[in-house]
Design a protein around this ligand. Structure first.
Ligand SMILES: [Mn+2]
Length: 306
């Protein structure tokens, strides 16, 4: 019997944490040879805290170094998003819904990637496919993760499969999906009582293309006012965060989930931003109607011009 740790990305979001919990639980149910343990790669955000507390699921232990460990990666497959020591860990499996990144392994592994809205969708599908029983609380947190990552099915990353799996999960969870989704999103969208650094880092990704280092944070709001009132403070902190990470461009997406639009605030390379979005930014800001997804609507455009 060996311990195999299931871990999501740094700056974990709800999908990353729930995927680790649900996949470890799934593996423990279908095999008895090893012990699968969910762990987290960082502090959980307010949304994840709300979801786990509501369904009485314990917060996974923190693991900041995986060297020498046996691990399974969920919800990421890029070296920029792993914790320390991963190059010295043994990766057994990867389950993800992002583009294929730069992780290399020394042995063949199970690598399951699908271009869909959330890792939770893939994992819930495993339960259904293998007819493994899902408890009400496990079905509920998987549903929460799908609603979180797809922004209640509004994000362009949403697929029919996400909706279908969510529907199947809700046969067990028995929730009002739309209002449950709003409750989940609202748990994260409050910016009151959080300093600029916490806002930027709450859902932040370090990115790199051809040696060009940049970073994108994202916050979701139900109206812009509160964030706009703090724009100067936030831009100042963006600048500090970028400098400390050696990034030439640093972005915060302020995404309005009701209006389905994003105010993109940034420090650095305005020319690159203008070129990527074919629009002229003003006062370190670009308004992007219809844009909600960092992965699908922002990163590819920036990579297109780097
Ligand atoms: Mn995800």
């Amino acid at each position: 019997m060996e311990n195999i740790y299931v871990i999501g990305h740094k700056n974990p979001d709800t999908d990353s944490i729930v995927a680790a919990i649900a996949y470890a639980n799934f593996k423990n149910k279908i095999e008895s040879e090893d012990e699968y343990i969910p762990v987290r790669a960082g502090e959980i955000n307010s949304e994840t805290k709300y979801v786990l507390e509501r369904f009485k699921i314990p917060v996974p232990e923190l693991m900041t170094d995986t060297s020498g460990r046996k691990i399974i990666l969920v919800d990421h497959n890029e070296m920029g998003q792993v914790v320390r020591g991963t190059e010295k860990a043994r990766i057994f499996e990867i389950i993800d819904h992002h583009k294929i990144g730069d992780i290399q392994t020394s042995a063949p592994i199970m690598f399951h990637a699908e271009p869909i809205g959330s890792t939770a969708t893939i994992i819930a599908d495993f339960y259904f496919y293998h007819k493994v029983k899902l408890s009400k609380s496990m079905a509920s947190i998987l549903l929460a993760a799908i609603l979180s990552d797809t922004v209640i099915f509004k994000s362009p990353t949403t697929t029919e499969k996400d909706k279908l799996i969510a529907e199947k999960l809700n046969k067990i969870a028995g929730l009002d999906v739309e209002s449950f989704g709003m409750e989940v999103k609202k748990a994260k969208s409050s910016i009151k009582g959080r300093n600029a650094n916490e806002l930027i880092m709450s859902d932040f990704k370090d990115l790199e293309k051809n040696g060009y280092k940049y970073g994108i944070g994202q916050i979701e709001v139900v109206h812009y006012e509160e964030a706009v009132a703090r724009k100067v403070e936030i831009l100042k902190e963006l600048s500090a965060v970028g400098a400390s990470r050696g990034q030439r461009l640093i972005i915060l997406m302020v995404t309005n989930i009701i209006e389905e639009a994003t105010k993109l605030w940034f420090i650095g390379d305005a020319e690159l931003i203008n070129k990527a979005f074919k629009k002229k930014s003003e006062n370190n800001e670009l308004f992007l109607p219809g844009v909600m997804s960092r992965k699908k609507q922002v990163v590819p455009l920036i990579h297109g011009v780097i």
